[in-house]
Design a protein around this ligand. Structure first.
Ligand code: GDP
Ligand code: ZN
Length: 316
């Protein structure tokens, strides 16, 4: 038999495939020639990849299907060991949405870090939704900070969901955003340790709890566990990829003139800049700087942008 399926688990040399949105995982291995496909990534196949497979019989552990081809990716997320490293590892492919789980405090958020993640998502063409968890605390203790956070990111064009894994607030809305039966939506959940990502996933779908705990644990234990990415079916219909902190993801090679292309609100404003390209720093008649002065672009986002330009210099 032959067919097309999605990689739902990547265990290095072994894979599980399923014909999403149907959830019926079966084992598969790579055929040699696929392994040697000439990409710079250390892994040619990642969770989320659509592949064609062949199998002489019903695939089983003894007789896994063979992956013969990786189909074109609509997007993918890579991790580089360092900014200068040539080696990269594809973490996941064909993501419909990345949910970036954050808190304002406990742990305290660093906006430039979040902005870097958002830039990364833009670079790779992955729609991002920001999930502010622990709002049970923030609404009471830091209502202004919560409002201002929402204003900054909604102003930049992102959807901001407020959740509390503790009270259940916002969980239904989040669940809806992860998809419904039959649409085969694949969602990446990412967040720094302590923001409550595991608690949210458990609130979304209690049946996932033990597995989610397991993978977080294995990620903590091993430094070379990059092949452990795995997809889980949500009873509400979507598919979830749990990912540990996004630290290494923030590293993308961008030229100075390119950075602003990935701040959607700056890209929009920059059409009115007098110079092209414009770095939106020292140039006269810069529409981005004007938008910052007018409060249309938030100073926080603009600062993150400047920070990324500076960092870029360090690497050159
Ligand atoms: P993870 O490291 O991101 O997976 O975070 P956990 O799910 O392990 O949660 C970290 C801590 O935050 C735990 O002590 C949770 O009980 C707590 N926590 C998680 N979600 C919430 C929330 O919505 N409100 C409050 N107040 N605490 C939360
Ligand atoms: Zn400009």
């Amino acid at each position: 038999m032959t067919g097309e399926a999605t990689v739902v688990k990547n265990a290095g040399s072994h894979f599980l495939l399923s014909e999403l949105p149907q959830w019926k995982p079966f084992p598969a291995v790579l055929k040699g020639k696929v392994r040697l496909s000439g990409s710079e990534a250390t892994n040619p196949v990642a969770v989320g990849d659509r592949v064609s497979f062949e199998s002489l019989q019903e695939p089983s552990l003894e007789h896994p299907a063979s992956i013969v081809k990786v189909l074109d990716r609509k997007n993918y997320l890579i991790r580089r060991s360092t900014n200068l490293s040539r080696q990269s590892h594809v973490i996941a492919a064909n993501l419909d949405m990345a949910f970036l789980v954050v808190t304002l405090y406990f742990p305290e958020i660093k906006l430039p870090f979040l902005d870097r993640l958002l830039v990364t998502c833009e670079v790779y063409g992955i729609p991002a939704t920001i999930v502010v968890n622990k709002v049970d605390i923030f609404r009471k203790e830091f209502p202004e900070e919560l409002d201002s956070f929402r204003r900054i990111y909604e102003g930049a064009g992102y959807r901001v969901l407020e959740t509390s894994a503790l009270t259940g607030e916002g969980i239904d809305e989040l669940r809806e955003a992860t998809g419904s039966p039959g649409d085969g939506r694949v969602c990446l959940f990412s967040g720094e340790s302590g923001v409550g990502k595991s608690s949210i996933i458990k609130a979304l779908d209690p049946s996932l709890n033990p597995k989610v705990g397991d993978i977080s644990l294995s990620h903590l234990q091993g430094k070379h566990t990059t092949s452990l990415y795995e997809m889980y079916p949500l009873t509400s219909g979507g598919f979830l990829i749990d990912s540990p902190g996004l630290r290494g993801f923030g590293l993308v090679d961008l030229k100075k003139e390119e950075v602003a292309l990935y701040f959607p609100e700056m890209l929009k404003a920059s059409r009115e800049c007098r110079f092209t390209p414009c770095t939106h720093t020292h140039e006269p008649d810069c529409a981005v700087k004007r938008a910052v002065e007018q409060g249309i672009i938030s100073p926080e986002r603009y600062n993150s942008y400047l920070g990324m330009l500076e960092e870029d210099k360090k690497f050159r």
